[in-house]
Design a protein around this ligand. Sequence first.
Ligand SMILES: [Zn+2]
Length: 119
Amino acid sequence: MEVKARSKKISDLRAYLETERERLRQEIARSNITTDEERAGYSNHMAENATVVFEQARNAALRRSEERMLEQVEDALKRMDDGTYGICRRCGEQIDLARLKALPTASLCLRCQHLLEHS
Ligand SMILES: [Zn+2]
């Protein structure tokens, strides 16, 4: 893969990651508001209502996964600034562009990811 073509692709991915970062920040900010409203609404009654508890647990899980995604997106953007984006942080090899396109936050090459998951 030509270096120039690769850096062009990576700048396309940066635009995607920046959009994704904005979206996640807004999602998280919005779910913070919702949680506060829920607390205000349910604090005096129906606190033990199973549906409410379930909803709150689900929202909390959703927000945690959004926060984790945001962290990964921010990490990927930071690596772009460092010039280490697209390089496997375990073996130092270039990560396949097809893999980066499928998973722009990837910080491991497919081989290392596989090794870690199966170790
Ligand atoms: Zn690797």
